[in-house]
Design a protein around this ligand. Structure first.
Ligand SMILES: NC(=O)c1ccc[n+]([C@@H]2O[C@H](COP(=O)([O-])OP(=O)(O)OC[C@H]3O[C@@H](n4cnc5c(N)ncnc54)[C@H](O)[C@@H]3O)[C@@H](O)[C@H]2O)c1
Length: 310
């Protein structure tokens, strides 16, 4: 019998619940929502199920505090943990989220030893490294979401600037998911036409700065938390690539063993994402300026990983 994919989302807060929503609407599989708050994931799962007759999608949507419900998941999305408030950096979340990720990953692995883990919790590259360490999974089965979101912000700002469809903007953002992220304008095009044909360098530099601060811009506006529509959409694009074995080329936080001269760390790079998770890390021939930015970003991520004292 053909079975639907099973997607468990840990943390049913803003990002987690929105992930469940996108996964359901795109009919990617059955969805289990787990949270420590009694009743909350149950309520959100039931509410989601009750939207299905109106929107016209099928699946099972379950909310629980019990990890038994997640058994034999194909994909586990981890969004549990603290989000930023105004004035906080992603690194400020490290101590609190380290404990949460350790506990959550231990529980998930017990019930779904063959799953692919997609992490979202910040600081992203560090928490993804931790998830790999705690799970003991091979590197292809633990991947973090950051680059799709960062590139989506870059694409949005470029489309706004030149007044064209966001669909026609391709952009690439490498590096750690933090202030040192590396938007790469050389790989940015409007339907294949280099971005330099549309936007002068000085203005593009301003757009790059806004991209780097894209998360903080939303935190400042919301005041009580951080972004979730675009983060969840980006995460579910990864889930879709996995459950449909699409072999998409997407910027993700992947475990590096020598690529880009970096070792034993998670870092944002283009990967081939399919049914086996990260099936390939794509190495780009970066110029010296780009490589300098990558090195600065890598040093920041390394420092964060070392701060965990694993
Ligand atoms: N990688 C990215 O691009 C990206 C983008 C946005 C947000 N984030 C991060 O995602 C995380 C979640 O953000 P949010 O806006 O959904 O926050 P939120 O506060 O709305 O939701 C977090 C949820 O996690 C739950 N939780 C806490 N400890 C738990 C545990 N031990 N087990 C299960 N659930 C637990 C909380 O009860 C809460 O419902 C944050 O760390 C945030 O910084 C990452």
């Amino acid at each position: 019998m053909m079975k639907r994919s099973k997607i468990s989302v840990i943390g049913a807060g803003n990002v987690g619940a929105t992930c469940a929503h996108w996964a359901a609407v795109h009919e990617l599989g059955d969805v289990v929502l787990i949270d420590i708050v009694e009743g909350m994931p149950q309520g959100k799962a039931l509410d989601l199920a009750e939207s299905a007759p109106v929107e016209g999608f099928d699946g099972l949507y379950v909310g629980s505090q019990d990890y038994k419900e997640t058994a034999n998941s194909d994909v586990i999305v981890i969004t549990s943990g603290m989000a930023r408030k105004p004035g906080m950096t992603r690194e400020d979340l490290l101590e609190a989220n380290k404990n949460i990720i350790t506990q959550v990953v231990t529980n998930c692995v017990e019930h779904s030893p063959d799953a692919i883990i997609v992490t979202v919790t910040n600081p992203l590259d560090t928490m993804t490294y931790l998830a790999k360490k705690i799970s003991g999974f091979p590197k292809n089965r633990v991947v973090g979401q950051a680059g799709i979101l960062d590139a989506a912000r870059f694409r949005t700002f470029i489309a706004m600037e030149i007044g064209v469809s966001v669909e026609d903007i391709q952009a690439l953002v490498l590096g750690g998911h933090g202030d040192t992220m590396v938007p790469v304008p050389r790989y940015c095009t409007v339907s294949g036409i280099p971005i330099s044909e549309f936007i002068p360098k000085a203005r593009l530099d301003e757009i790059i700065a806004r991209t780097r601060d894209g998360g903080a811009e939303i935190v400042k506006l919301l005041k009580t938390g951080s972004a979730y529509y675009a983060p969840a959409a980006s995460t579910i694009q990864m889930v879709e690539a996995i459950v449909k074995d699409k072999k998409r080329i997407l910027p993700c936080s992947a475990y590096l063993e020598g690529e880009y001269g970096l070792n034993d760390m998670y870092f944002g790079v283009p990967v081939k994402l399919g049914g086996n998770g990260v099936e390939q890390v794509i190495e780009l021939d970066l110029n010296d300026d780009e490589m300098d930015l990558v090195k600065t970003s890598a040093a920041a991520v390394k420092g964060s990983i070392e701060a965990m004292n694993l």
